[in-house]
Structure formats: structure tokens, C-alpha cells
Design a protein around this ligand. Structure first.
Ligand code: PA5
Ligand code: NI
Length: 189
């Protein structure tokens, strides 16, 4: 018998899915070492703010399926660096992804294993294409939740380790009220 079609409802006013699916919750303590300003990260640790949530529609993790989910990335900063997702390559490196932004504003930062770097702005209505082989991270550069839908091949998987070790070439920071992309001093190719 075939896998049965089904709907999921995106409740736009609450930015959640119905049914909620598999929810991933990331607080600062789950990713504190990824931020530049470790002093500020430590000082926020008692509060341990919610940085983002991912609502995953549950489909099999195989190539013939398409994983899809909603990410809600909250506004905030660690020092002057904006809240962001952990970022990852796909475990199967050459799996692409599509993001569609519903709310808020942010950046999609991407890089390849050769050290190529690209970034795109996202705002409501933006459809962003992450081609095969690019690591990807989103950053909330605004003052409201940044909400986007993602879809990618079922077997892609997530490889967080390489980004934890190497980092992205650039970081996105607030500089006197402006959003700036600056070199990441800790980036190690
Ligand atoms: O599949 C994706 O790329 C997204 O759904 C992300 O997983 C989501 O935005 C959370 O980011 P990360 O997986 O890097 O923690
Ligand atoms: Ni991905």
C-alpha cells in the first residue's frame, strides 16, 4: 500500500504547525559556544533564552520523501551577534534545500567546504535556494520572530559537527544599530 497523502496546517498568527509534529527546541545552552562573545554568552546562561524552535512534519527519512518544517527563530543577541541557528551541512552533502520566509527578517548564510561564502536576505515572500553542497545557517536580524518554511530531500540528514569545528567565515552583528557582516576571527579552514 502507498503512503497516504496528508495536510499540515500552518497557524500563521501563532507561528506553529497543526499537528505540531516533531518539535526541536534550542536554547542558548544548546549552542552557546557558537557565538563570538563568550562573556556575554555566559552572562545570559541563567536566563538561558529560547533561541529557536523547529516544527517538523513527520515523514520517512528516505530519498523518495520530502522533509518539511517551520523554523521560528526568535529575536535577540549574544553581545552584538544576532540570534542564529546552529547551521549545518547535510549529512549527504549534495542535498539541496528550499526556504520560504513568512515573517520577520533575516539572513541566510552559506558556505562550501572550499571556503566559498554567500549570504542572502530573507523577508516575507522570499524563496531562497540552498544548492547542493552548501552549509546553511539563518540569522534573525530583526526585532520580531523570523519564521520560514523549509523543504529538502528525505534522506539529507544534518551534519552539525563541521560547522561547530570550523565555523562560518562571517558573523552577522549589530554595529551602532546597523546590520553588519564581519569576518569571524575564529573561522578555521
Ligand atoms: O533543514 C534545515 O536546514 C532547517 O529546517 C534547519 O534544520 C532549521 O532551521 C534549524 O537549523 P539547524 O538545523 O541548523 O539547527
Ligand atoms: Ni538543511
Amino acid at each position: 500500500t502507498h503512503f497516504k497523502p496528508f495536510n499540515t496546517l500552518f497557524l500563521e498568527s501563532q507561528s506553529i504547525l497543526e499537528p505540531k509534529g516533531k518539535v526541536i527546541t534550542r536554547r542558548l545552552s544548546d549552542m552557546a559556544e557558537l557565538y563570538q562573545d563568550q562573556k556575554s554568552a555566559q552572562s545570559l546562561m541563567d536566563e538561558n533564552p529560547l533561541v529557536y524552535e523547529v516544527f517538523n512534519v513527520e515523514v520517512p527519512e528516505s530519498i523518495e520523501h520530502i522533509q518539511h518544517c517551520i523554523t521560528v527563530l526568535y529575536p535577540g543577541k549574544v553581545g552584538e551577534e544576532f540570534f542564529m541557528t546552529k547551521g549545518h551541512y547535510h549529512e549527504i552533502l549534495n542535498r539541496a534545500e528550499i526556504y520560504f520566509c513568512f515573517k520577520g527578517e533575516g539572513k541566510l548564510v552559506m558556505q562550501t567546504q572550499d571556503g566559498d561564502y554567500e549570504e542572502l536576505d530573507m523577508k516575507p515572500g522570499t524563496i531562497s535556494y540552498v544548492p547542493p553542497n552548501w552549509a546553511h545557517r539563518t540569522v534573525n536580524t530583526g526585532e520580531e520572530p523570523f519564521v520560514f518554511f523549509a523543504a529538502y530531500p528525505g534522506d539529507a540528514g544534518h551534519n552539525y559537527g563541521d560547522i561547530e569545528k570550523i565555523g562560518f567565515r562571517k558573523v552577522i552583528v549589530n554595529e551602532s544599530g546597523e546590520v553588519k557582516t564581519v569576518d569571524n576571527p575564529r573561522y578555521q579552514l
